[in-house]
Design a binder for this molecule. Structure first.
Ligand SMILES: C[S@@+](CC[C@H](N)C(=O)[O-])C[C@H]1O[C@@H](n2cnc3c(N)ncnc32)[C@H](O)[C@@H]1O
Length: 290
């Protein structure tokens, strides 16, 4: 990817960079600041954002895939309004030599390529500019299939931070020394192997951003969702009352709020028991402690 001199200059002096492609005027929720973009086509497009807005800095070889799906629907609207911000940082800029190489063969032999620590180190230092060192205030995450499984509790923790840095691996992953040196958390989005960390990063950001104030219209909806009380959510229905011969359960049409609550709770418990014995065991243990 060819990066313009201006973008490179911005990076080198530590100015914030974003690839947010939306340029329409946001609604005002507070003080706005302007960021330059790393992506050539958006280079001169000012990106307003609320001062102090939660920010995701993403180190990636594919900055153009951001915001991706995060630019749609409620997260996209909130991004446009400056309620949160995204700063993709193109790792290629930090690559070595004429071809801006970012990878090399694995020490000790074996298949594939590993992302170089010197290249990633420069990018991480750039990303760290203007961010708190305290990992509670600014978590640094390497997306990795061997990481700790991502949970709703992580999303809640990240949403209370000022922002976070996410390193997206490619090839065989990154040199271990980068993870150790920058004291990065390794987080996995599931027991499968993706080609790169970008989809995983979008998953983490989506789950986090929807917990930020004012991003979702109805805050109560996040409180009743799967995982927020340690259980899976009950089944949902809407009109028409009958579809393909299938009816909405009578209790939901009864208008009897207590019975509806009881039915939903029972469904929630049954589903959790059947589908997620691990969550159910944790729930039973919590209940016995209370
Ligand atoms: C092909 S994978 C590398 C897999 C690595 N060689 C291994 O076996 O653990 C390339 C990159 O995709 C990302 N990735 C793959 N699967 C992931 C998962 N389940 N969760 C989070 N990130 C993942 C990571 O950033 C990783 O560095």
């Amino acid at each position: 990817m060819v990066i313009g001199e201006h973008a490179l200059a911005c990076l080198l002096v530590g100015k914030p960079v974003t690839a947010h492609p939306m340029s329409s005027t946001p609604k005002s929720h507070g003080r706005l600041s302007i960021s330059a973009s790393l992506t050539p086509r958006d280079l001169m497009t000012p990106t307003p954002r609320l001062k102090g807005a939660w920010t995701a800095k993403i180190l990636t070889l594919f900055p153009e895939v951001f915001p991706g799906v995060l630019g749609a629907s409620l997260t996209g609207k909130a991004l446009q309004e400056g309620l949160w911000a995204i700063e993709p940082i193109d790792l290629r800029i930090f690559g070595k030599g004429k071809h801006r190489n970012v990878d090399d063969t694995p020490a000790g032999g074996g298949a594939g390529l590993v992302m170089r620590p010197d290249v990633l180190g420069r990018a991480m230092k750039m990303a760290a500019k203007g961010t708190p060192e305290d990992s509670e205030k600014w978590p640094r995450v390497y997306l990795s299939p061997r990481g700790k499984p991502f949970t709703q509790a992580d999303a809640e923790r990240f949403s209370k931070a000022e922002g976070m840095t996410l390193l997206c691996g490619r090839f065989e992953g990154v040199d271990q020394r980068v993870i150790d040196h920058f004291d990065m958390e390794e987080i996995s989005v599931g027991d499968f192997v993706l080609t790169g960390g970008e989809i995983a990063a979008q998953t983490l950001i989506d789950a986090t951003v929807r917990l930020l104030p004012n991003v979702l219209g109805n805050q109560a909806s996040t409180e009743e969702e799967s995982f927020s009380n340690g259980l899976l959510e009950h089944p949902q229905y809407t009109r028409p009352a009958e579809w393909e011969g299938r009816k909405i359960p009578d209790v939901l049409m009864s208008g009897h709020h207590q019975k509806i609550e009881e039915w939903r709770r029972a469904q929630s418990e049954q589903l959790t028991q059947e589908r997620r014995p691990d969550l159910w065991a944790a729930h039973v243990e919590r209940d016995s402690e209370d």
